[in-house]
Ligand binder design. Structure first.
Ligand code: NAD
Ligand code: MG
Length: 390
């Protein structure tokens, strides 16, 4: 029996992971499940999977969690320290599926204990890629990609030499507004931005797909995880979301990865790696699908992609500033304080301000310093947003 834990178990990736685990209950010994405010979901799953412990990120929800787990034999805990303690519990495999920079500290903690970390939480690679990779290496832990594009590239590299890779192409659906007239984008509502043409995901990543901040994060994630140069990374709009990524080699060959738009593929690949095992995902019928379309992303529609290039060119801890500013701008959009198109303006303003903060941006990449950059960038983003409101 493999010991596993799921961080962010109540979210979209967490629930897809649990779906796979449930299909083979005798293969897994569940150590910890963590969640946020959805205590009912967390408690139900923890009991059904016979987890040792369930942790809510929020102290205020502890009494509800304790009540829901009463008599079940599942331990209840809450708060940041409890999350770190859960990450330190011996496990063979941990799913990192908390959304946002909050996933970084538990992920690092798991790696320090030599645990294989399946990383859906792309934000932690964007904020502190070098720190994560170095920690994994130092403690002999594995970091496996779960983002669909990165899983696709990872699979395309099996048996290949990274030195023979010329380029990595990640695809993007184009999001909810890919066919909208540009002048309508400022009017986009929260409900419109929260619906994705192809994927069923958490709300935050769905909105980030409409703005392509998600793809911007993924470009940085590609650079960090695979160690390629920014010029080697391309983004291609592919409305069908069936080709997830392509790897171009020095002999001109391109290996494409195709599959249904179902995160259980990438999760299952990371779960069973280095083996492949049968997964309950749809098999593509390409004759029926008939055609696949590709086009270059429009820079005017997706300013986030240009910002990602600026972040990579600046280096240091600019990724942490970028992610934090994006998270704050997204909070402000969700709360109705700024417009959809204001998010990129806010993030760009923060990048301009932060690039001058050399003492901070170019300091040693530690968890504390990443936290400092994150804090300042959020503050600046909140200011920039307040100015947009006027
Ligand atoms: P979600 O919003 O559905 O779930 C997020 C989970 O994190 C929940 O369990 C929530 O309780 C927990 N959480 C939220 N804030 C927290 C905090 N401050 N501290 C601790 N826990 C917290 O998100 P999701 O769509 O499942 O995405 C999870 C991660 O996977 C993100 O990094 C996302 O970018 C990435 N990802 C998701 C998909 C997808 O299909 N949903 C695809 C690729 C990558
Ligand atoms: Mg992705």
């Amino acid at each position: 029996m493999r010991k596993i834990s799921i961080f962010g178990a109540t979210g979209s990736i967490g629930q897809n992971t649990i779906d796979l685990i449930r299909r083979a209950p005798d293969s897994y010994d569940v150590v910890a499940l963590t969640g946020g405010a959805n205590i009912e979901r967390l408690a139900q799953d923890a009991i059904a999977l016979r987890a040792d412990i369930a942790v809510t990120a929020y102290d205020g929800h502890l009494p509800a969690l304790q009540a829901a787990l009463q008599g079940s034999g599942v331990e209840a805990a809450a708060g940041q320290t409890a999350l770190l303690e859960a990450a330190a519990r011996p496990a063979d495999w941990i799913m990192s599926a908390i959304v946002g920079a909050a996933g970084l500290a538990p992920g690092l903690e798991a790696l320090k204990h030599g645990t294989t970390l399946a990383l859906a939480n792309k934000e932690s690679l964007v904020c502190a890629g070098q720190l994560l990779l170095q920690t994994a290496e130092r403690y002999g832990a594995r970091l496996l990609p779960v983002d669909s594009e990165h899983s696709a590239v990872f699979q395309g590299l099996v048996g290949e030499d990274i030195a023979a890779v010329e380029r990595i192409i990640i695809t993007a659906s184009g999001g909810a507004f890919r066919d909208w007239p540009l002048e309508d984008l400022p009017k986009a509502t929260l409900a419109q931005a929260s619906s994705h043409p192809n994927w069923d995901m958490g709300q935050r990543i769905t909105i980030d797909s409409a703005s392509m901040f998600n793809k911007a994060l993924e470009v940085i994630e590609t650079k960090e995880y695979f160690g390629v140069r920014p010029e080697q990374i391309e983004v291609l709009v592919h409305p069908e979301s069936l080709v997830h990524a392509l790897v171009g080699f020095n002999d001109g060959a391109i290996m494409a990865h195709l599959g249904a738009a179902d995160m259980r593929h990438a999760i299952g690949y990371a779960l069973h790696w280095p083996e492949r095992q049968s997964l309950p995902v749809e098999r593509l019928d390409l004759a029926r699908i008939g055609q696949l379309n590709f086009r270059a992303p429009d820079p005017a529609r997706y300013p986030a992609l240009r910002l990602a290039n600026e972040v990579m060119a600046r280096g240091g801890m600019m990724g942490a500033a970028f992610n934090a500013a994006k998270e704050q701008a997204l909070d402000d959009f969700i709360a109705g304080r700024i417009r959809f198109t204001d998010m990129a303006v806010v993030v760009e303003t923060v990048l301009e301000q932060m690039s001058g903060e050399s003492d901070l941006i170019d300091a040693e990449m530690t968890l504390d310093n990443v936290g400092r950059v994150d804090h300042l960038a959020r503050k600046q983003a909140a200011h920039a947003a307040a100015e947009r409101i006027g």
